[in-house]
Design a protein around this ligand. Sequence first.
Ligand SMILES: Cc1cc2nc3c(=O)[nH]c(=O)nc-3n(C[C@H](O)[C@H](O)[C@H](O)COP(=O)(O)OP(=O)(O)OC[C@H]3O[C@@H](n4cnc5c(N)ncnc54)[C@H](O)[C@@H]3O)c2cc1C
Length: 457
Amino acid sequence: MDAVLIKRLTEVIGKDLVLVDESVSSYLYDETPNPVRPAASGDVVVVKPGSALEVSKILLLANEFRVPVFPRGGGTGLVGGCIPTRSGIVVSLERMNRINVDRDNLFAEAEAGATLRDLISAAESAGLFFPPHPGDESAQIGGLIACNAGGVRAVKTGVMRNYVRGLEVVLPTGEIIMLGGKLLKNNAGYDLMQLIIGSEGTLGIITKAWIRLAPRPAASATIIIPFDNRRRAFELVPRIFQAGIIPLAIEYFEKSVMDLAAAEIGEKWPCNDGEYQLMIILAEQSEEALLKTCEVLLGLCEGAGSREPMFAESRREQDLILRIRSELYPVLKKTMYDTLDVTLPPASMAGFLDELDKIAGKYGVELPAIGHAGDGNLHVWINVREGWRLEDYEKIKEEVYDKVIELGGVITGEHGIGYVKRRDLQKYADPKVLELMKAIKRIFDPNNILNPDKIFL
Ligand SMILES: Cc1cc2nc3c(=O)[nH]c(=O)nc-3n(C[C@H](O)[C@H](O)[C@H](O)COP(=O)(O)OP(=O)(O)OC[C@H]3O[C@@H](n4cnc5c(N)ncnc54)[C@H](O)[C@@H]3O)c2cc1C
């Protein structure tokens, strides 16, 4: 890195907040599975600004010196999005972590470096609720918005973009802009705020967000519904919606995978029946409403030929189930080559899983999958086995994606493109759409300063 640039950065934000050499090592990776994670350049400087103005000055310097800038949140991304793939400046928002809750407007004003955990607890302290649970709790607000993160509750609550109503953004060219605010309606021209949401750190650095909150649901229950037959499990899902029930989450998984995750933390998966299971989380505004919904759901389970559903009503039982569920990624990561994140029309999921079994059989690999069964988003893990060959990985991925596209799906519903899926986007996106996306990038970032190597080849 240019010594003059480092000196100028130090003048902008102070010596202690500019890291070089060994001290940058924890800023060079994220949670992407190791085999597909891009190599980071060792020649980077990490800066920790404390305001939008400082971020702006950093970007002005980057343009002057023509040096790439890599925005970094909590580093929990799964597609290498924040990794500095070239020599450049990593901008870590970690110091910008203030949150103010406006109870009257039901809004949180959150700086980009506050974590999801911080937001959940700030909302709770104000007697309110942040409805979605869009990622790992150490993910930051800026990263969650940049990835338009989804999560298990998306079926009822929607994803990050359904909660963000205003953004403060520093453009790659250094200008600070405000988009939206504490507003529920806003039709003032093109919606650039929605364009920034999901742009994976390529169109601007998010420094602050105005996020909608909601009242806390008064009653909740978690129900595990076991099946001996996978197709039957998926057939129940549309019946639930048709009966007028919108659960907070409908997750599909296989018991054997949950047993592994439970063992990792010295616990037992509480439902020992049926290999194919749906986990349903209900959240209602009263105990009576919850009871009524449970009754309807039980009737539907009987009709669908499930085994005995397991109800977790106490906070402790519900927390245990979620804790085991959140162990899945670290457990599977040990033998994982890559994690796919496809999304299909929800009713195509059962048929797609049958196709997945065929692909696994053809290549002699394991392709465990868990899914957000209510919204069609399925996480498929490609697991490493003895005799594994890299060509097989490429072929498996291609066959999976070909099938997804044939069924009307997309290659990613949550994790985004980042570095890892650039080739796949190039292959599966409509060329005209890709051309428009690249043109937008050029307008925002004429010098290709911000997060190069991401989304596009
Ligand atoms: C155990 C686990 C569970 C997860 N669960 C989910 C889930 O349920 N749903 C889901 O959608 N994802 C999930 N994820 C993925 C991850 O949590 C999300 O993608 C999250 O949005 C990443 O946020 P981050 O702050 O960690 O971003 P990082 O990993 O630091 O960065 C991700 C991208 O955002 C950009 N970025 C970061 N901050 C900013 C900013 N201030 N301005 C502009 N761009 C920025 C980066 O440049 C990069 O492109 C999970 C990950 C793990 C490890």
